[in-house]
Design a protein around this ligand. Structure first.
Ligand SMILES: Nc1ncnc2c1ncn2[C@@H]1O[C@H](COP(=O)(O)OP(=O)(O)OP(=O)(O)O)[C@@H](O)[C@H]1O
Ligand SMILES: [Mg+2]
Length: 476
């Protein structure tokens, strides 16, 4: 059955806009790529050549291209026999009433590679992932032939210090573009953008995916990731991380702190490691356990001026059981080899910092007001440092101070998949219905109650089994 496109209000406005540089800036799943695809189809049916790009080829092949294929007029494609988008020559052609329409497509990893073709239109999906506006400027100069040349960007926003904000809100263009437009005698609107919210597209999203997305973020991250707003991110990186030193008891307290995060025998231990040596950049080892639905950090080992070998020994002495895995930044070659010698697997946890910050935020406090990363109060240095981890007031980039425990936290959380931790077969309502949540076994009380004749590993395994069944009561 052919798919029917029912434009949301903002998609509709976007599709009708004639501005030369156009944006659909929206939340996750708000219909950005669909809107961009349908706009491309409009241009194709008008017989105009164009360009379709994403920041890199994996993004294009995984998400932009499959969505474009839902709407593209493939019955008129003249080279459909090629294995798009994996062909060497990334060009797709259509025959529109006897007219050849050519579309160049691909990832724009290297901007200069795109300085060639002259086209009528260009669609840049997820353009916001580019840290600089170079790709935009190169592509903006490509649209120069045919009727009403247009370039559109469909993307999630990325703060008020990003080039997207400069282009769409401040409307700042480089001189070349402005001069070219003047020479062309362009009379229409130069820039226009429309905002899309995740909830606007609810009807077209899988209910579980929708529940997952909307429950994921809180505060400024929700405004950015779900409502598609340009938000100011100055101040603490994780404003929701709640840990304070109680002056009276001198203990850390707050939503992200609890003695519940004590080491649980039988459950595997992992280390989250940010390697360092100097005073400003110590070596941080956070010791963690995944205890569904939470992740516990039960201890820390933070040290300066110590050889990697010695740190591994000291941390092992401190750790109640041998860790299975260490999540480490990829630069820490010496430390990694010391970990292997101790039979600890290492996983390179390198990732895009901005993406890692968002992911960690969703564990710190999610859209349903739940906290799923908990530190034991004995992790005093991490608990002092994480709330202090801040952004530069002007660039809004995370500052490279107070960032060591924060980096280790990101490394550990980067690889954590909610669906895996919460059980694979869960369906939306089962996860989110409050009543059912209350029936879940509660770690760690259950896990620390001694059951005669059962090993610690057996206790943890049976806890995991009960946990999985509590999520999906129909499965036994
Ligand atoms: N107007 C529409 N009519 C029918 N289906 C739509 C419409 N808009 C979006 N969809 C569908 O909704 C789903 C999500 O849309 P899309 O992938 O375009 O969102 P997105 O904002 O690009 O998401 P992401 O943030 O994951 O990139 C897709 O299956 C898409 O086909
Ligand atoms: Mg998309």
């Amino acid at each position: 059955m052919a798919k029917v496109f029912r434009a949301t209000r903002s998609q509709d406005a976007f599709l009708h806009s004639t501005a030369r540089y156009l944006g659909f800036i929206g939340g996750i799943g708000s219909g950005k790529t669909a809107a961009g695809s349908v706009k491309a189809v409009q241009k194709i049916s008008q017989g105009e050549d164009g360009i379709i790009v994403a920041p890199d080829f994996p993004q294009l092949s995984r998400s932009t291209w499959p969505e474009f294929m839902k709407w593209a007029p493939m019955s008129r494609c003249t080279n459909a026999h090629l294995d798009h988008p994996y062909t060497q020559k990334k060009i797709i052609t259509f025959d529109i009433n006897g007219r050849d329409v050519t579309i160049f497509y691909g990832g724009i990893e290297k901007e200069q590679g795109w300085a060639g073709p002259n086209v009528n239109w260009c669609w840049f999906d997820e353009g916001g992932r580019k840290k600089t506006r170079k790709a935009f400027d190169v592509l903006a100069a490509r649209i120069r032939v045919g009727a009403s040349p247009q370039m559109w960007i469909t993307t999630t926003p990325s703060g008020v210090n990003h080039w997207l904000y400069e282009v769409f809100v401040k409307k700042l263009f480089n001189d070349d573009v402005e001069r070219a437009l003047q020479e062309l005698g362009w009379k229409g609107k130069i820039v226009e953008y429309f905002k899309g919210k995740t909830k606007d597209n609810k009807d077209n999203l899988d209910p579980f995916h929708y529940a997952m997305l909307t429950g994921m973020y809180e505060g400024e991250f929700a405004l950015q990731e779900l409502d598609g707003e340009f938000v100011s991110l100055e101040g603490p990186v994780w404003r929701q991380f709640d840990a304070k030193l109680d002056e009276g008891t001198e203990e850390f307290v707050g939503r992200n702190v609890s003695k519940r995060a004590e080491y649980i025998p039988g459950a595997p231990v992992e280390w989250w490691v940010d390697d360092g040596f100097t005073k400003g950049h110590p070596r941080v080892i956070l010791m963690a356990q995944v205890i569904p639905p939470d992740i516990h950090v039960f201890d820390e080992y933070i040290v300066t001026g110590e050889l990697a070998e010695q740190s591994v020994k000291n941390a092992l002495d401190r750790c109640p059981t041998h860790p299975t895995t260490a999540y480490v930044d990829s630069s820490a070659a010496e430390l990694r080899s010391r970990l292997w010698q101790e039979d600890i697997d290492t996983v390179s946890a390198t990732h895009d910092v901005a993406e890692g910050i968002k992911r960690a935020a969703s564990w710190i406090l999610n859209g349903r007001g739940e906290t799923h990363i908990i530190f034991h109060p004995r992790c005093r240095q991490a608990l002092a440092e994480i709330p202090a981890y801040s952004r530069h007031p002007v660039t809004q980039k995370p500052l490279k101070v107070d960032d060591n425990a924060a980096d280790a936290l990101r490394y550990g959380l980067w690889t954590k998949d909610r669906e895996e931790i919460w059980g694979e077969e869960v369906v939306g309502e089962d996860v989110y219905a409050g009543e059912k949540v209350d029936k879940r076994p509660s770690a760690p009380e259950e896990l620390t109650t001694v059951v005669p004749g059962q090993s610690e590993q057996e206790m943890f395994a049976s806890y995991l089994g009960r946990w999985a069944r509590s999520l999906n009561p129909t499965r036994r």
